[in-house]
Structure formats: C-alpha cells, structure tokens
Design a protein around this ligand. Structure first.
Ligand SMILES: *Cc1c(COP(=O)(O)O)cnc(C)c1O
Length: 427
C-alpha cells in the first residue's frame, strides 16, 4: 500500500499530502539536528538512571503517609541529575504546573518579600497565584508584593529597568522560559543564564526561579546549568513523556527544595511523606521517553510553521527560527481558520476523534475559546493539542504530539480542513 492512499483514508487530498511531503523534505537538516539533540538528551537521562541504580523495586508504590518510598526518592535524585541541580521534588501530589510554581514560590517567599518578573506578564494562571488578579489565597493576600519589568520592544531585557526594580525587599525573581500564549519571544537557556547573572550581580543572594514549562529537552542545557535556583514544570507536559498520569517537578538547590517541600506538605511534614501510589514506573518511563517525544513535538511545530508560512499565513515562531519551546502559533485573521485548524487536530486524534470542537464561553476568558484535544491523559498538552481564542488576530496555538507521525497527521488534517473552509486559494 502506498503512503498517500493511507492518508487518503483520513480524507487528506493528494494536493495536501504532496505539499506535506515536499515541506518535510525541505526540513531534512532541521530534523536531523533535532534528532541529535534528542540523542544527546536520551543519553543524559539514561546516565542519570544508571548512576542512581534504578531498579524494579523502585516501581512499587507506597500508600498512606508514604514513608521510605524508594521509588519516589530515587526518581527525585534522577530528576536532580538530569536537571543538574542539587535536589528535586517530583510528586503526583503536585496537581499541575501552576501548583508546582505556586509551591516553589510560596515555600520560598515570606510576608514582606517582593517577587519580581523581569520578563513581562507571567502565564495566565500565575496572575491569580501572585494576586495580579485578585484571588482567594494569592501571595498578595499573604503580604508578598509583586513587581514587573516588561521586555523591550525588540524582545530584549530592559536591564536598566530591572536594576531599578530590584530593591531591599526583592527576594525572588521569576523567569518564564516559554512565551506561553503571549506574543513575546521564547527565551533560550543561554539568555536566561545572562539574565540570572545580571540579577545576581545587582543583588547577590536573590533567588532565581525558571518556569520551565514546555521547554524541557528542547535544548541540550537546562536552566539549572545556567544559575537558576529552581526549575519548575509540569509532568503532563514535556518531562512526563506522555506517560505520567499527573504530577509536577521542582528541581533546585537543597534549601529551596526543602522550603518547597514544607509548603507542599505542611510545616513539620516535609519531603519524607507523600505516597507514590504506584505511579513511579510511569514517571520513570515517561522521563525515559521524554527526549524523543519532545523531538516529535518539535518536528510537528516546525512542519506546521513551514507549511502555513508557505501558504502565506503568519506564524510564530517563523519556520526558520531556532526553537526554545514546543509551542507554535498560526494566525489566520479569521475565526473560520482557528475553528477549522482545531477541528483538523481533533479529527486526527487517537482518542475522541469523533467529536467536533466548537468555540465556547470559558470561565476566565474575555472571548470564546476553541480547544482540540484527543488525549490519553486529560488536559495533557505534550499530547497533540490546539486552542485559540475567537478574537483578533485569530491565532491558534498548537503543541505536542507523542510521535512525529501523529503530529504530522494532525497538521495535515488541519490544513485539509482549512482548505475545505475556503481559506487557501491555491497550493
Ligand atoms: C502550562 C504552563 C503553566 C501552567 O501549567 P498547568 O499545568 O496548566 O497548571 C505555567 N507556565 C507556562 C509557561 C505554561 O506553559
């Protein structure tokens, strides 16, 4: 059987398949470089597992308080080695990325301290954590203030503004690696390193935390190797490799991790408690797969950028730009494009392919939002997923794909639907 006819069974026309093939061929060198980074990171993960003598006994779970959970303790040492930090907290009790970030912040800040973001507005959910938007239990309610310095027009750091914003109360600096759903560029690990060095030159002893969501394994270095005191992320994104059913991680200095652990548990109940409930094997195995999963997701993002750029749509990052996270935005300028794109992603899913996503009024958003996800793990965004607010400029944000082939199918299905919606004049 020919590959094209296999795609035809999904309703993908020969023209779309041919454009996909041509685009893929043009990306051969990029893909080879991505594979080499995956290979590098694969070796990094295996070395950490070998060093910590990962064994069958580490896959057994504990219950109740979870004292002496060998699997949990070993997994945390493996994470610390992979992220090149002194220590790590990796737990199924951490509900998601936002919770991991909150735990890291709340554990290390005290009333009267100030938190600084030198890279502009943080991810939406952090606004409530910090209290930028009034919220029950925010850091603000506990007397922790917040200051923000925006990036300059060209996306670079406003060093003078940052210097002026650091004061005697500045205790912690939060740096978001991925642009998330904002329009600023994503930061490379080296850029983050320069920022950390600057901040510490102005005020030695200030803590630097990196929100590493969507960035893990995209590069060969992680922020802990460039001076970050804490590196934080979600296990249903990159480092969970698609297998982690839940969880988050905080990798960092011994002291920061200790402080975070007491916030996750309670005063007096630190990292020695927290049953792993039998999920350790999935967390180990997911981490093991994560470098190749991230490579597949990256190829999907670059493939989409190249295809849509060729057809005249504006994409961010641009097709040829270096990558520091797995998110791709495509701007359609019309609601129909966002809707068709998401419906194509949904139609390519292994789970729930039969449902048709529609825009709806989501709590907390000022416009309707459409989301596509056909995931094995609810809300997992290392799995192929897309969403977009139904408002100008009508951009869709898409990420993930546990395999490159699935990401490719999703992108081709999206293109087919966008074509059928009449948004492409000719190929
Ligand atoms: C996803 C994400 C978060 C929040 O993670 P959740 O798991 O959705 O709570 C925070 N920051 C960034 C940059 C993210 O991409």
């Amino acid at each position: 059987m020919e590959l094209t006819s296999q795609y035809e069974t999904f309703g993908i026309s020969r023209e779309v398949a041919a454009l996909g093939k041509e685009t893929e061929e043009s990306l051969r060198d990029r893909f080879a470089a991505i594979d080499e980074t995956a290979e590098y990171n694969q070796l990094k993960v295996i070395a950490a597992m070998q060093k910590n003598r990962v064994s069958d006994i580490h896959f057994a779970g504990t219950t109740g308080y979870g004292y002496n959970d060998l699997g949990r303790e070993t997994l945390e040492r493996v994470y610390a080695d992979v992220f090149r930090t002194e220590d790590a907290l990796v737990r199924p009790q951490i509900v998601c990325g936002t919770h991991a970030l909150y735990t890291a912040l709340a554990g290390n800040l005290r009333p009267g301290d100030e938190l600084l973001s030198p890279v502009g507005k943080p991810y939406d959910t952090l606004e409530e954590v910090i209290g930028i938007r009034p919220s029950n239990g925010s850091l603000k309610e506990y007397g922790i203030t917040y200051r923000q310095v925006d990036l300059k027009e060209d996306g670079s750091f406003d060093y003078e503004g940052i210097r002026a914003a650091i004061n005697e109360r500045t205790r912690l600096v939060t740096i978001q690696r991925s642009k998330g759903y904002a329009t600023r560029p994503t930061l490379s690990v080296d850029q983050i390193g320069e920022l950390i060095a600057f901040v510490k030159s102005v005020k030695p002893g200030v803590l630097c935390m990196v929100d590493n969501c969507y960035g893990e394994f995209v590069e060969r270095v992680e922020p802990g190797e460039r001076g970050a005191d804490m590196v934080v992320g979600s296990l249903i994104k990159n480092p969970g490799g698609g297998l982690a059913p839940i969880g988050g991680y905080i990798a960092g200095t011994k002291e920061c991790i200790e402080n975070a652990a007491y916030r996750l548990g309670s005063p007096g109940l630190g990292r020695e408690v927290g049953a792993s409930l039998g999920v350790s094997q999935s967390l180990f195995q997911g981490l093991f797969l994560a470098p190749t999963v991230v490579a597949g997701a990256l190829k999907g993002a670059i493939f989409a950028a190249s295809l849509y750029e060729r057809l005249g749509f504006s994409v961010s990052p641009a097709a040829a730009e270096p990558r520091h996270d797995i998110i791709q935005a495509v701007t359609f300028g019309k609601p129909e494009g966002v809707i068709a794109f998401c419906q194509g992603i949904q139609a390519a899913a292994p789970v729930d392919s039969f449902v048709t996503p529609e825009p709806w009024d989501m709590p907390g958003y000022d416009s309707q939002v459409i989301m596509a996800a056909g995931a094995f793990v609810q809300g997992s965004s290392i799995e192929l997923s897309a969403d977009g607010p139904i408002k100008p400029p009508y951009s869709v944000f898409f990420q993930g794909g546990l395999t490159w082939y699935h990401a490719k199918l999703g992108v081709l299905m999206s293109l087919q639907k966008v074509y059928e919606a009449g948004l492409i004049r000719e190929f």
